[in-house]
Write a protein that binds this ligand. Structure first.
Ligand SMILES: *Cc1c(COP(=O)(O)O)cnc(C)c1O
Length: 417
């Protein structure tokens, strides 16, 4: 149980009006099972924002516990009893002052540390919402392709409320992820392919097995959970959004979700028109969004032979590609790729100099920040926010070989070096 769950028991009005195809604008009824729209595109949840404006004030919000459910008026769950919770705290903003000044930045360099969430990654935000809605809509079996963290979050929340899960992941998914999924009750399979190959199995089994397809953006509620990153960030920064956001982009749920959150916050009068520049960060070994951004196109073809140590962003093809690219372009941001050496160097530097062990995807945003600062794509005065999307401890760590023989002669001088 989370310490203060007042907000989970207090009934509040909900404001969902309908769902909408993100491509054609076609309307779909709320409170029903949906995957993609008829056009094969993601569905977005729409709210009566005037109603929210009348119901929610900054002062009211300030009285609530600092967690994800404080945003209830902007979330899709209708009935409080359907909320599934493992303690979704608001994640802290951590400044990296040493590295900011080392690299000549005068504006602050801030990490939003999503590794503090249940199951150690921000996938908890999306999946807590998807599972709560699944519960609300009577789903009993959910299936998912995953690079690890999403499956971990799905298995945790689904098991917490008695929903069965079947999960498919690439064979080289980090061991920790595979073990945690299995321990948390999932039926998990390693597949000799990438995440989109796993996705095809989930799609193909829908009719025969009867499971619900919980793939990224193929169900409409994960994005609503991920959007709370944007809501939370705005509130934490005193309703003044940062200049730049660096986001490690795989399926793009978080980037698209935050962009949606900012629009909703403006509509309810909580922020003005200022928006951060949204930067989509990818690895050079899998950079479909960067290529599409540079080519000036709206859709990104599949990236062949995708490979990177940042497994969470090894997504060769994203169904929400045009939504990612739209947010990046509308915001005046850009898409940038960094290679695995730069990711590892960034991880080492932030851990060694700031004592903050990032996940590889988080380290990619740091490497991208450094590159962008150097090549002038961002200014030294910019206030930048990096997303560390998972706890660094979930990933393979280097083996440390130093040891000491307590019976032998100790060379005390070594400790002074
Ligand atoms: C899933 C994941 C990402 C990518 O997030 P999207 O919103 O799907 O683009 C980045 N980092 C980590 C650690 C992840 O697990």
């Amino acid at each position: 149980m989370i310490e203060d769950n007042r907000n989970l028991t207090e009934d509040r009005p909900t404001f969902v009006t309908h769902l909408e195809c993100s491509m054609t604008g076609e309307r779909y009824e709320a409170d029903r099972l949906h995957n993609l729209s008829a056009a094969g595109k993601p569905l977005l949840v729409r709210y009566d924002l005037d109603g929210v404006k009348g119901a929610l004030t900054k002062a009211k919000l300030a009285d609530r516990p600092m967690d994800l459910w404080r945003w209830r008026e902007l979330l899709p769950v209708r009935r409080t009893e359907n909320i599934v919770s493992l303690g979704e705290i608001a994640t802290p903003l951590i400044e990296l002052p040493t590295l900011a000044s080392t690299h000549g930045a005068t504006g602050s360099l801030i990490v939003k540390d999503e590794g503090r969430l249940p199951t150690g990654s921000f996938k908890a935000r999306g999946l807590v919402m998807a599972v709560a809605m699944a519960k609300e809509l009577g789903i009993t079996h959910m299936a998912m392709p995953t690079n690890g963290n999403a499956g971990a979050a799905l298995s945790a929340y689904a098991s917490h409320c008695g929903i069965k899960t079947t999960i498919f992941c690439p064979a080289d998914t980090p061991e920790t992820n595979i073990s945690e999924m299995a321990l948390q009750g999932a039926d998990v399979y390693r597949v000799n392919g990438l995440i989109d190959d796993c996705g095809k199995i989930v799609g193909a089994g829908k009719e025969t097995v009867g499971w619900f397809d919980t793939s990224t953006l193929k169900e409409p509620y994960r994005i609503e959970g991920k959007k709370t990153m944007g809501l939370e960030l705005a509130e934490q920064l005193g309703w003044e959004l940062p200049d730049v956001i660096f986001y490690p982009t795989g399926g793009g749920t978080g980037l698209i979700g935050m962009w949606k959150a900012f629009a909703e916050l403006e509509a309810i009068g909580f922020i003005g028109t200022k928006r951060p520049r949204m930067v989509a960060v990818q690895a050079t070994g899998c950079a479909p969004m960067v290529k599409a951004y540079e080519d000036g196109v709206e859709h990104a073809p599949r990236w062949e032979n995708a490979a990177t140590i940042a497994s969470g962003i090894r997504v060769p093809q994203a169904v929400g590609d045009f939504l990612i690219l739209r947010a990046v372009r509308e915001s005046g941001g850009f898409a940038i790729a960094v290679d695995d050496d730069a990711i590892q160097a960034g991880l080492d530097e932030v851990a060694g100099k700031e004592g903050f062990l990032l996940c590889p995807e988080g380290a990619a945003t740091y490497a991208a920040w450094q590159t962008s600062l150097k090549d002038g794509r961002i200014q030294p005065t910019d206030r930048s926010v990096l997303f560390n999307c998972a706890i660094g401890l979930k990933y393979p760590l280097p083996k440390i070989e130093k040891s000491l023989d307590r019976h032998g002669q100790i060379d005390w001088a070594q400790f002074r070096r």
